[in-house]
Ligand binder design. Structure first.
Ligand code: ZN
Ligand code: ZN
Length: 185
């Protein structure tokens, strides 16, 4: 495989959604790269809070853990459950408390390489471009207006049926947030 680091890292996270735990030697084999490269990828992912290294392998962290990190937008503590992580071209990691702040940060920057977040129902890690957002539902777990992310359009629509709000894709959610004039203080 001839992947960039960003592609490999997303692939590792995608595999972890299926397997829960992966051994390092298995990743070396699947990715066709050296053990050193896998270690570098795992270090980057674990610094971003996306994976947890265990002896000889790696797994997804417990989504219910509250981290010690704070949101770069509103300074609230980052909850794993709503975790939103941006990686810049310089490999700096920027975290947000929830998709509300994450999308505002993402929109404000031009140096973002990858942007990942968690599905609100299952805690799976998804790419911001593939997510569906339910905006302004009655479930306000973090910043207002509430923005929650879902891996599938069906899940987002089901959620919207129960809890109100509007289902949007990335560009619509951006537009909504930039017109809502609200930033958590
Ligand atoms: Zn925030
Ligand atoms: Zn928030």
């Amino acid at each position: 495989m001839d992947n960039t680091p960003a592609e490999r890292r997303e692939q590792i996270v995608a595999w972890l959604r299926e397997d829960q735990l992966l051994r390092i030697d298995e990743l070396v084999q699947r990715l066709g790269v050296s053990t050193m490269t896998v270690h570098r990828d795992l270090t980057a992912l674990s610094e971003a809070g996306l994976v947890e290294k265990v002896h000889g392998g790696v797994r997804l962290p417990d989504p219910n853990l509250v981290t010690t990190e704070t949101c770069q937008m509103c300074q609230m503590p980052v909850k794993r459950r709503l975790h939103f992580v941006l990686t810049t071209r310089d490999n700096a990691v920027i975290r947000a408390c929830c998709p509300h702040c994450g999308l505002l940060l993402l929109h404000a920057r031009t140096d973002v390489k990858t942007a990942l977040l968690r599905d609100f129902i299952y805690g799976r890690i998804i790419n911001v471009h593939q997510a569906y957002y339910v905006v302004e539902s009655r479930i306000a777990v973090c910043c207002v207006p509430s923005v929650l992310a879902f891996a599938s359009q069906t899940d987002a629509a089901d959620f919207q049926q129960g809890f109100g709000g509007q289902v949007m894709q990335l560009t619509q959610a951006y537009a909504f947030l930039s017109h809502s004039h609200h930033i958590h203080s």
